[in-house]
Ligand binder design. Structure first.
Ligand code: NAD
Length: 477
């Protein structure tokens, strides 16, 4: 199985070699080296900044029709190339091939959505106090964007940011995930082949802190967008705001799932088991805290454990694999730490609970019950294949417990009562609530968190808000 050639993409050129430092890319299912990733030198970063600044002067004046046409072409090419791009994702990130290919196909819609919405970046006319005055509000692209996208959905997270910037008339320098870079190089090829003018999109790689410090400090960059951990997001947002640069932050979560006594319990189990273990739980909206009302607790937990035990874990390229390895060796220790802590506090491991011996970063799908509220698993984002089960008595009680963390990204509710659905959807401190089904992360719906889970939305009609300045023009005729 061949792994794609990796490169930088600067000012319309794919670049590798040239004595640049190279990083080994590992397959997390085997820990074998499968590729080499060139790191950008300081000169490369400066070239990317200069190219993005130069390209912005013409791109900001481009017609939305031209931007729309390119984004549509990107979506079309992404669908055509989904199998190849998906294979690369499975090889460097680990998720099962169906999930990788599915990510590419589903997320080609992000390019399409931005193609449609960029034709509707409307300003407005404000009635004036003097008939001879016309008051208009214009929305203009902010300028050069520095973007940092993570390794868990390497295609999804990068194409969202690039489509939003390009659609708004901004230019962008994106540092993708060095652990799982093939999808981002593939995206650069999609935009290149779709006819994006050179310099509008630039892709760089390197030591994350060095690259982000260099790009954020540059006066050329006017906006920062980051998806990743809360700790890193807070640091980057602080650096950006010290320089009065805007930022959009999509950070961690610790999603509660509330299963009420009146829920369709079989439906909740059927939906939640594959959703919990999708991408080995390395998902910011992954359900992590399962609050189950006492009347259905035993039934829900027994059904959840039974389905979890049946999951097939293996190399994502193998037929029938339902859960692959963790994306990096460091995640195995991190996930084990949550389980050790839970055991020490008297919790019961109902299934899984340990790494799977052999090569690769495999961890058994895990369900834990009898967790005290101070267990690390109920307070810090586990970002792994671990589900914690917690019993609750009343809706008021569960609302308080669900809202007790500083995170506020996704939340899930299962209930057949309109009252419970209303109380919980209005009461949950979260950017997104999905009730009785899995309804998040569509191109046409806003995706984002509150509190420690970040600020700003990607997708929906909100998607361009972070990429546009508002200008008020008052003209006396
Ligand atoms: P990490 O905190 O070291 O890194 C998280 C991400 O930030 C990575 O993509 C990394 O390359 C990037 N990063 C780190 N320091 C940076 C810097 N100074 N400048 C720019 N980018 C930087 O953690 P990790 O071990 O890679 O991942 C585990 C944690 O990351 C999880 O606990 C989870 O909270 C978080 N995470 C969240 C998402 C998400 O979708 N919100 C995605 C990936 C990782």
């Amino acid at each position: 199985m061949t792994y794609p050639q990796l490169s930088l993409y600067i000012d319309g050129e794919f670049i590798q070699g040239g004595g640049r430092k190279e990083q080994d890319i590992l397959n997390p299912a085997t820990n074998e080296v499968i590729g080499q990733l060139p790191h950008a030198t300081k000169e490369d970063l400066d070239r990317a900044l200069a190219a993005a600044a130069r390209a912005f002067e013409s791109w900001k004046k481009s017609s939305p029709m031209e931007r729309s046409k390119i984004l549509r072409k990107v979506a079309e090419l992404a669908r055509e190339r989904a199998q190849d791009i998906g294979r690369g994702i499975t090889m460097d990130q680990g998720k099962p091939l169906a999930e990788s290919t599915g990510e590419v196909v589903a997320c080609s819609e992000h390019a399409e959505w931005h193609a449609e919405e960029c034709r509707r970046i409307y300003g407005r006319v404000i009635p004036s106090r003097n008939h001879a005055v016309r008051q208009t509000v214009l929305r203009e692209p902010v300028g050069v964007v520095a973007a940092f996208s993570p390794w868990n959905f390497p295609f999804n997270q990068a194409i969202r940011k690039i489509s939003a910037a390009v659609g708004a008339g901004c230019t962008i320098i994106l540092k993708g995930p060095e652990d799982a870079p093939s999808a981002v190089v593939a995206i650069a090829k999609l935009f290149h082949d779709a006819g994006l003018p050179k310099g509008v999109l630039n892709i760089v790689w390197g030591v994350p802190a060095e690259v982000s410090d260099h790009l954020i400090a540059s006066p050329v960059v006017r906006k920062i967008t980051f998806t990743g951990s809360t700790a890193v997001g807070k640091m980057l947002a602080a650096k950006a705001s010290a320089l009065m640069k805007r930022s959009t932050m999509e950070l961690g979560g610790h999603a509660p799932v509330i299963v009420c006594d009146d829920a369709d319990v079989d439906l909740a189990i059927k939906l939640m088991v594959p959703y919990k273990f999708r991408n080995a739980g390395q998902v910011c909206v992954s359900p992590t805290r399962f609050y189950v009302q006492e009347g259905v607790y035993d039934r829900f937990v027994a059904g959840f454990v039974e389905k979890t035990q049946a999951l097939k874990v293996g190399d994502g390229l193998a037929e029938g694999t339902q859960m692959g390895p963790l994306a990096q060796a460091r995640r195995v220790g991190a996930v084990a730490g949550f389980i050790d802590d839970a055991r020490e506090r008297g919790a019961s491991v109902l299934v899984g609970g340990a790494p799977i011996p052999g090569s690769g970063n495999f961890f058994a799908p895990t369900v834990i019950a009898d967790l005290p509220d101070n267990a690390r698993l109920l307070n810090e984002e586990p970002f792994g294949p671990v589900a914690g089960m917690i019993r609750f008595k009343s809706v008021d009680e569960v609302l308080a417990r669900a809202n007790s963390l500083p995170y506020g990204l996704a939340s899930y509710v299962f209930t057949q009562s309109n009252r419970n659905a209303h109380v919980l959807s209005t009461g949950l401190a979260a950017g997104m609530v999905s009730i009785n089904h899995l309804g998040l992360a569509l191109a046409e719906t806003p995706f984002g968190g509150i509190n420690d889970s970040g600020m700003g939305s990607e997708g929906g009609i909100e998607t361009f808000d972070g990429y546009l300045n508002t200008k008020f023009v008052s003209q006396l005729n």
